[in-house]
Design a protein around this ligand. Sequence first.
Ligand code: 5RP
Length: 211
Amino acid sequence: MMKPMLQVALDTKTTAEALNIVRQVGDVVDVLEAGTLLIYEEGLDAVKALRAVGADKIVLADCKTADAGGAVAKECKEAGADWMTCICAATVPTMVSAQKEIEVQVELYGEWTKKQAQAWIDNGIKQVVYHQSRDAKFAGQTWGQKDLDAVKELIDMGFKVSVTGGMKPEVLKLFEGVDVYTFIAGRAIHGADDPYEAALEFKNEINRIWK
Ligand code: 5RP
């Protein structure tokens, strides 16, 4: 079983703030995410900046693309991203045209079906992100058996599955024995008083559970 990677989701207001977090947690995390909120603020310059400081890291552009997949993917690739996200509501041709340029992660929000997921994998999509949305969490949603079952089913289908949404280190043990590809944490790291200690807490928990 592979050890899950740790991704920091940089949903900061400015690229400068994101770079400040990377300076603190760069030695601990594996993937640097230009968060959707950061991309709204700074565009793909944020991705360029992360690429410049994270030569040895995977860089993700979390653009949650719904259409024009190939065009967006070209831009993300030129900015230096290794991966980009498409929203699960996008059509298969959107995902496929993006995947021709760059590795796509399909972000699972709201309603989606196993039939759709099978179509994604049949068309060469390798990654999905199992997501509890920020707003659902504000409304009281918590991590539990339903999520675990869904993640396992997606892994059994052949996807590399990342898990995110209000992640905290204590949630990770729910996934013990499961081949999670990456845990993605945003506010728990960039919003912490000590982002380095917060990232380390995630990493130590990953190392403890996935030996
Ligand atoms: C929001 C996102 C976030 O980047 C992801 O959910 C991680 O952030 P947090 O840990 O703060 O929930 O994709 O749409």
